[in-house]
Design a protein around this ligand. Structure first.
Ligand code: URA
Length: 237
C-alpha cells in the first residue's frame, strides 16, 4: 500500500491534505529520513517506523477499543448533541474503514462500549453463535415486585411488536430498586422494555460487561485499546 493512502485512511486528512504533509517533509521514518507519497508500506517503511511530525502513527487497522460511555452521549457518527466520538481522538472518526460501535447503548445508558474497525471481529462479537453475555445494572423507579426474575428467565416473555419471545435472562436483586440482568441477545432498548413489561421503569442503566470484558477501573469518559489478552478474555466470558 502507498504511504499516502495508509496515512489518509488513518484520518490524518484528505489525500490532498496528506500530500501537503509529505511535501512539507513532516512524514519521516524513525531516523528522520523524509518519506514520499508513492513510497510503499513494507518496502520503504513499516507502520512502526513511520512518524508524522516526529510522532508514531496511530494504530493500524484492526483496532478494538473499550470506552466507558457516560450518560448523555449518542452512539452515532452524526447526530445532534454529544457523540461517543467526541470522547476519542478526533482522527478516529475519520478512519477508513470506519471505527464503529459494537451494537449501541442508548443515549442515557452508561458503561462498557466496544468499538472496532474490523468488520469480521464486530460480527463475531455480536453473533448469536458467540453468545457473549451482556451484564447490565438497572436502577428502577419502583421497588421490584418479586416475580421479575422468573418472568425474565421464562423464555416466554414477548415484548411489544416483537415476533419471538426473549431468550431466558438471569436477574439478581441488588437492592429493592436495583437489579443486575444478564442478557444473551441484544434487542432494541431491551432492558428498558423488559422492566416496562414487568410494570416498572428504568431510571438509570449501566453496562458492566460484554463477554469477559469489563471496565475495571477505567474512568467514565475514558477509553483504551484492547490487546490480544483482552480479546481472549472477551471471548472467554
Ligand atoms: N437495553 C436498553 O434498554 N438500553 C441499552 O442501552 C442497552 C440495553
Amino acid at each position: 500500500m502507498k504511504l499516502l493512502k495508509l496515512i489518509a485512511n488513518l484520518g490524518y486528512g484528505s489525500r490532498k491534505q496528506v500530500t501537503v504533509l509529505f511535501r512539507e517533509g513532516r512524514v519521516t521514518d524513525a531516523d528522520g529520513e523524509v518519506l514520499y507519497t508513492d513510497d510503499e508500506l513494507g518496502v520503504h517503511a513499516t507502520h512502526e517506523t513511520i512518524r508524522v511530525d516526529g510522532e508514531p502513527l496511530d494504530p493500524p487497522q484492526g483496532l478494538l477499543l473499550m470506552l466507558h460511555k457516560p450518560p448523555g452521549y449518542v452512539c452515532s457518527t452524526k447526530d445532534k448533541g454529544r457523540l461517543i466520538y467526541d470522547l476519542l481522538p478526533p482522527r478516529f472518526r475519520l478512519r477508513d474503514p470506519v471505527l464503529s460501535s459494537v451494537g449501541r447503548l442508548d443515549r442515557e445508558t452508561s458503561g462498557l462500549l466496544l468499538l472496532t474497525d474490523d468488520g469480521a471481529l464486530l460480527h463475531r462479537i455480536i453473533s448469536p453463535k458467540s453468545a457473549l453475555p451482556k451484564v447490565y445494572e438497572a436502577t428502577l423507579a419502583n421497588p421490584l415486585r418479586g416475580d421479575e426474575a422468573a418472568l425474565f428467565a421464562s423464555g416466554t416473555l414477548m415484548l411489544e411488536s416483537e415476533q419471538k419471545p426473549l431468550l431466558p435472562a438471569e436477574m439478581e436483586v441488588l437492592a429493592p430498586q436495583r437489579a443486575r440482568l444478564t442478557l444473551h441477545e441484544g434487542r432494541y432498548h431491551q432492558v428498558r422494555r423488559m422492566f416496562a413489561a414487568a410494570g416498572n421503569h428504568v431510571e438509570a442503566l449501566h453496562r458492566v460487561s460484554v463477554g469477559g470484558a469489563t471496565l475495571d477501573d477505567l474512568p467514565s469518559g475514558d477509553w483504551r485499546a484492547m490487546d490480544d489478552a483482552d480479546r481472549v478474555k472477551l471471548f472467554a466470558g
